[in-house]
Design a protein around this ligand. Sequence first.
Ligand code: UDP
Ligand code: MG
Length: 140
Amino acid sequence: MNRTLAILKPDCVKRNLVGEVIARIQKGGFKILGLKMVRLTEEAAGEFYAVHRERPFYTDLVKFMTSGPCVPIVLEKGNAFEEFRWLIGATDPKEAVAGTIRRDFAESKQENIVHGSDSPENAEREISFFFSERELVELK
Ligand code: UDP
Ligand code: MG
């Protein structure tokens, strides 16, 4: 078992899709270890996506991620990050496989409903960006 970080992005919250997307995640066999709703500041969103600082979409991405509340969720499953990337699909919903969350709900490459960590190391770093260990439950 290992952990990954999901974020239901501001488009997901604004379009009232939080429940439907969480249902997909749970049906996919992921257990929820922690969940909260936050409104990212420009500084926090910029730091979270610092790896993309030089990319042309960075400024717009920060604007989008601060445009409303989002819902970070810590998930647990065997091979969690990889399984979750499969469940959400490609960054661009037009390229995402049928049945994936982004293919079924996302409206554009930017407003693509959900974030998923891209490695176990980044998953742990991203989890600690939003949660302290005492905010996470231990499942027995
Ligand atoms: N993004 C964008 N335009 C692009 C590539 C990415 O607006 O051409 C946004 C999109 O919201 C994406 C996020 O930046 O989810 C982070 O990009 P990344 O390449 O890490 O995609 P992801 O890992 O989310 O699939
Ligand atoms: Mg990424």
